[in-house]
Design a protein around this ligand. Sequence first.
Ligand SMILES: Cc1cc2nc3c(=O)[nH]c(=O)nc-3n(C[C@H](O)[C@H](O)[C@H](O)COP(=O)(O)O)c2cc1C
Ligand SMILES: CCCCCCC(=O)C(=O)O
Length: 411
Amino acid sequence: MTTAEQAQAAEQAQAAEQAQTGQVARAEMVREIYLAGIAGKKPKLSTDLTTLEDAARAVMEPHAHAYVAGDAGTGTTGSANREAFEQWRLLPRMWKGVSERDLSVSLLGQHLDVPVLLAPVAAQTVAHPEGELASVRGAAEVGVPFVLSSFSSHSMEDVAKEAGSQPRWYQLYWPNDPEVAESLVRRVSVAGYTAIVVTVDNPTFGYRPSDLDAAYIPFVHGQGIANFTSDPAFQAGLPADGGAMAAVGHWAKISSNPTLTWDDLPRLRQWTDLPILIKGVQHPDDARRALAAGADGVVVSNHGGRQLDGGVAALDALPAVRAAVGPGVPVLMDSGVRTGTDVVKALALGADAVLYGRPYVYGLALDGQAGVEHVLRCLLADLDLAMTLTGCPSIADITRELLAPRGPLTI
Ligand SMILES: Cc1cc2nc3c(=O)[nH]c(=O)nc-3n(C[C@H](O)[C@H](O)[C@H](O)COP(=O)(O)O)c2cc1C
Ligand SMILES: CCCCCCC(=O)C(=O)O
């Protein structure tokens, strides 16, 4: 071996050792909340999600809680999302050597410590004054990547400064103004975001009785429009003497875009080299069309049941979408994911990773950054334990064989 080869081998050995140590440290961190509980240390916030949501409801302004919790119409899509997870049971396997678990995945060429990202949630200052700044810090602390909503309360640049080294992605609501759309997209890469998630299930706001009864949506009150008010192309379209209300009015005019078709996607490609995921896909043909139009992957989602009432559960749509796009294409899912075992079920049915939505907003409302961290630690501890108990030392071990439909086994 030459000296150069020896040095390279030593470097590789060191990198492998560091990865191993990092992995073990992560597993310990993930389990911290569980081990603390067993050791008799009471957590500040509940580790039970229903209790946590009740506590959040008690501290949040009623209209803010209505906005976060709200579903479309009679809530049947929201209920279907949860029922779909209940239809499946885990069938664990024993003696699979699970003393160490590796929760990491590789997606779009990026290393993710865990197969969970924070879902884009608009206007987070309704839950806590620090909004997305606290959420992204909490996520970074536990190694969870963040997807920032187009309609965030803080600008993408300000959020980026708080994000640490975890990957951050940007969710795009493609505005009905080409100059603003292009300007936003170009800012995304400059601010260090590493993927764009284009949401397609929102050509208009859903029919949400809780918001209508409370006569409240955050944007009308100037919350959730920071990416626009900080944008030069948006500012150029404002009347000179307009003031804050003019910004809200202009935002309302361009923020939703029912004109879009799949033929528009190549235009986005001209503005960015970043990978593009399409969020809100439910029909397998739409997944195929998204890829044909230039997308790199899809997010199976019904927006947490907030858009269309009476829709299919996202988990029920997932296997057909996976089958349509084939094994190598990134497929994420959200809508109804609440626990570590839900994550295992989604992965077993074809997702590469999940987006986690409302629960972290409840953590944010209860205790800012620490609340988000708490909720994520609970989820990841539960996921780590679920992998241990089902016999999965790595994410690749989570396969369809782990699942059985409710009822007697037919194996
Ligand atoms: C308060 C709230 C605001 C949301 N804002 C956005 C948004 O700006 N962009 C987007 O793509 N999805 C948005 N979503 C949808 C989430 O990204 C995700 O699809 C949904 O929360 C998943 O459902 P779950 O929270 O019930 O699991 C929002 C969801 C909530 C609850
Ligand atoms: C016209 C689209 C408004 C979307 C608001 C943010 C969102 O996705 C949600 O509340 O859900």
